[in-house]
Design a protein around this ligand. Structure first.
Ligand code: PLP
Length: 434
């Protein structure tokens, strides 16, 4: 009897039902999480493609597996488009996430225990810039700088003082909750003075930078990292970039005694240093997103993101809310609830807003009197609602709805009324409007 292979086709319902539910949640609600966005249909398609089946450890032309000729081309397209987008000399598109990209930089540039300097987490910095529960704070000696209490802007004087006193090997600019442009040139000057590497993590404003609306950090930094899924509107993932100006060859010697080029050090820090096989389906989706970001329409979209954020911040201030730093230069803003509702925590506010289908996240404000679990702030961002097609005229309306919820966060009737209004409006907007 001929051997037969029986493939049991399992009909999956449970997970697809959940995906349908999540899609409905996304469609019905107002998405204000500053780090989220809605990708295009073609980005989704590339991610859900057969490229997920392929192992491709290594880099184009130098793989540890056969059959990589097609994914080599995919990765090359992603690299070329990313270089063009930021005017970069060299890029790596393999990091699985922003934190992985940052880890690779640490691995390439520092030894365990070395000092580095990043923005205080409770002043807007990111976990991977020195939090004590993250690899960066656990394996390296993290130093921090703050924002100023009076202006809400980075305290560059303090940054310079710490840099000169402690002489860290790496200085990081970039944040998760900071709405102002950075003075990269000033940080670079102090980095040069003490012989430190200057890295910018542009994860949040990457899309605005690609559109030329904020300064390109590649002009000043030795190394730039980013996520691809926030303002840049690609799949979840990370990238590393080098501009024209970076120490090359790098002064660090490998265990074999070779002095390596920075690009080679970073490549080996990603693979095999911190990752195994690259996610070629995600790299394909990154390439699609970079292609979209190179179009004129993407510039218009980013303009709208920035305009929406400015109008939303003003609408909050007009209603008596305090915005840290008094406004925004990018896509995001941090609201200090204490001025308007001294007894309302970010935790309670987030829960009430989510119940009204307005999604946001609680966030510590600089010099917060509450813990990271309670917080006195909320962070808002406009990339996702702009993708849904909302323009400036809708921003005061959103702020009005938020205020209605926050005035009475315990009232179910109030929340239900707001939710009905949110759903009525948002069901008229495509998920893939832009
Ligand atoms: C500035 C910054 N860097 C890195 C990351 C980490 O990205 P991921 O969540 O992809 O690891 C984030 C995420 O929010 C971020 O805001």
């Amino acid at each position: 009897m001929q051997a037969q292979t029986i493939i049991v086709m399992l009909k999956e319902n449970e997970i697809f039902d959940l995906i349908r539910r999540e899609r409905e949640r996304q469609v019905k609600g107002i998405e204000l999480i500053a780090s989220e966005n809605f990708v295009s249909e073609q980005v989704l398609q590339a991610m859900g493609s057969v490229l997920t089946n392929k192992y491709a450890e290594g880099y184009p032309g130098k793989r540890y597996y056969g059959g990589c000729e097609v994914v080599d081309l995919v990765e090359d397209v992603a690299r070329e488009r990313l270089k063009k987008l930021y005017n970069a000399e060299w890029v790596n598109v393999q990091p699985h996430s922003g934190a992985q990209a940052n880890m690779a930089v640490f691995m390439a540039c520092l030894q365990a225990g070395d000092k580095f300097l990043g923005l205080n987490l409770s002043h807007g910095g990111h976990l991977s810039h020195g939090s004590p529960v993250n690899f960066s704070g656990l394996m390296f000696h993290a130093l921090e700088y703050n924002v100023r209490e009076d202006t809400g802007r980075v305290d560059y004087d303090q940054l310079e003082q710490v840099a000169r006193a402690e002489r860290p090997k790496l200085i990081i600019a970039g944040a998760s909750a900071y709405s102002r442009e950075w003075d990269y040139a000033r940080i670079r000057r102090v980095a040069d003075e003490i012989g430190a590497i200057f890295m910018v993590d542009m994860a949040h404003p990457a899309g605005l930078i690609a559109a030329g609306l904020l300064e390109n950090p590649l002009k000043h930094a030795h190394i730039v990292t980013s996520t691809t899924h926030k303002t840049l509107r690609g799949p979840r993932g990370g990238v590393i970039l080098l501009g024209k100006d970076f120490p090359n060859p790098w002064g660090k010697t490998t265990p074999k005694g070779e002095v390596k080029m920075m690009s080679a050090l970073l490549d080996s820090a990603v693979f095999p240093g911190t990752q195994g096989g690259p996610l070629e389906h995600v790299i394909a989706a990154k390439a699609v997103a970079f292609g979209e970001a190179l179009t004129a329409g993407f510039k218009d979209y980013q303009h709208q993101v920035q305009r929406n954020a400015a109008v939303m911040a003003q609408a909050f201030m007009d209603k008596g809310y305090k915005i840290i730093s008094g406004g925004t230069d990018n896509h995001s803003m941090l609201v200090d609830l204490r001025t308007k509702y001294p007894d309302l925590t970010g935790k309670v506010a987030e829960k009430a807003l989510v119940a009204a289908d307005i999604t946001t996240n609680k966030n510590m404000v600089p010099f917060d009197s509450r813990s990271a679990f309670q917080t006195s702030g909320l962070r808002f961002g406009t990339p996702a609602i702009t993708t849904r097609g909302l323009k400036e005229d809708k921003m005061p309306w959103i702020v009005e709805l938020i205020d209605e919820v926050l005035q009475n966060p315990e009232s179910e009737t109030n929340i239900n009324k707001v939710r009905a209004e949110v759903n009525r409006e948002m069901l008229q907007h495509e998920l893939f409007a832009w």
